[in-house]
Design a protein around this ligand. Structure first.
Ligand code: NAD
Length: 275
């Protein structure tokens, strides 16, 4: 019986050097940076006596109904994200991009910006769910993205969003309300905003697809993995808990599930792919 380390060695030798090395990361990769996952503790939000799950807060319909509350939630989440620093898994991916820049692709569902802060390039990091650091016009007078103005502060759970700060959350072009630059649960992927086609093209050309820290609850990650498998890629899942990608990796003859944390396994995987 081979150890996971030996299985990794066997799967990752003799990959086509011209094909892509594709990584797909979710909230679990930032969990060890102190940023809670949605399905973990602390994902909910209370407005008065009503308790909201993230799937209820993060929708266009909810933003239309209570934009100020949605902004307050995102400013709270931005504070949580800003308190976290890149961990060993983020750093390993920077090392790999530097070693293999022509074939490296990073698809991330995270809006915390930690991959970019660690040093991965904007060109090769596809933030398919946007970023909590930017805003754009809610009425879509333009697709331009703007930094959230400096006068707008991060919030603690019970902090109000003062009128003066809320007034700054407007589109610099038309003056209308701005929204966080994130993909909500009742919206769809678009290349112009989220580079979703670029991410799918990368998946098509993958020699290896490494999925780390995601529960597979959103559609593009599932499609990207399906496409990569059809193209014959090796599939590796890094996750301490059961999830659909683990099941797939366990059934697939070129798959491997690494049952542990992102900081434990990502550096190991990267070491073998650096060439
Ligand atoms: P999820 O919360 O649905 O699932 C997280 C997954 O990470 C789980 O499968 C869990 O077992 C795994 N995990 C937990 N700790 C881990 C660790 N140390 N190492 C590896 N894996 C670990 O997250 P998701 O699949 O990314 O989807 C949730 C949505 O929530 C996404 O759209 C994302 O944009 C958003 N989100 C982002 C952040 C962030 O930016 N850091 C945080 C929470 C949610």
């Amino acid at each position: 019986m081979q150890t996971p380390h030996q299985q990794l060695d066997a799967l990752l030798t003799e990959l086509d050097p011209k094909k892509s090395l594709v990584f797909l990361t979710g909230a679990g990769v930032s969990a060890e940076s102190g940023i809670p996952t949605f399905r973990g503790k602390g994902g909910y939000w209370t407005v008065g006596s009503k308790v909201y799950q993230p799937q209820q807060m993060a929708t266009w319909l909810n933003f239309e109904k209570q934009p100020r509350e949605v902004w307050r939630w995102y400013l709270y989440r931005r504070g949580v994200c800003r308190a976290g620093a890149p961990n060993a898994a983020h750093r390993a991916l920077v090392e790999l991009e530097r070693a293999r820049p022509a074939v490296f692709h990073l698809i991330t569902q995270n809006i915390d910006g930690l991959h970019r802060i660690a040093g991965n390039s904007a060109d090769r990091t596809y933030e398919i769910h946007g970023t909590g650091e930017e805003m754009r016009c809610a009425e879509r007078c333009t697709d331009a993205r703007y930094p959230i103005p400096e006068g707008v502060k991060d919030k603690a759970q019970d902090d109000p969003l003062p009128d003066a700060e809320y007034a700054l959350l407007c589109c610099p072009r038309c003056g209308g309300l701005a929204r966080p630059h994130v993909l909500w649960f009742d919206e769809y992927y678009e290349e112009e905003l989220y580079r979703s086609n670029t991410a799918m093209i990368a998946a098509h050309t993958a020699s290896v697809m490494v999925v780390a820290g995601t529960s597979g609850a959103t559609s593009l990650p599932v499609q990207a993995v399906t496409v990569a498998l059809k193209a014959g890629a090796v599939l590796i899942d890094i996750n301490p808990n059961p999830n659909p990608f683990r099941e797939l990796a366990d059934q697939y003859y070129r798959g491997l599930s690494l049952r542990g944390s992102a900081t434990e396994w990502m550096p190991e995987v990267v070491q073998r792919l650096k060439g």
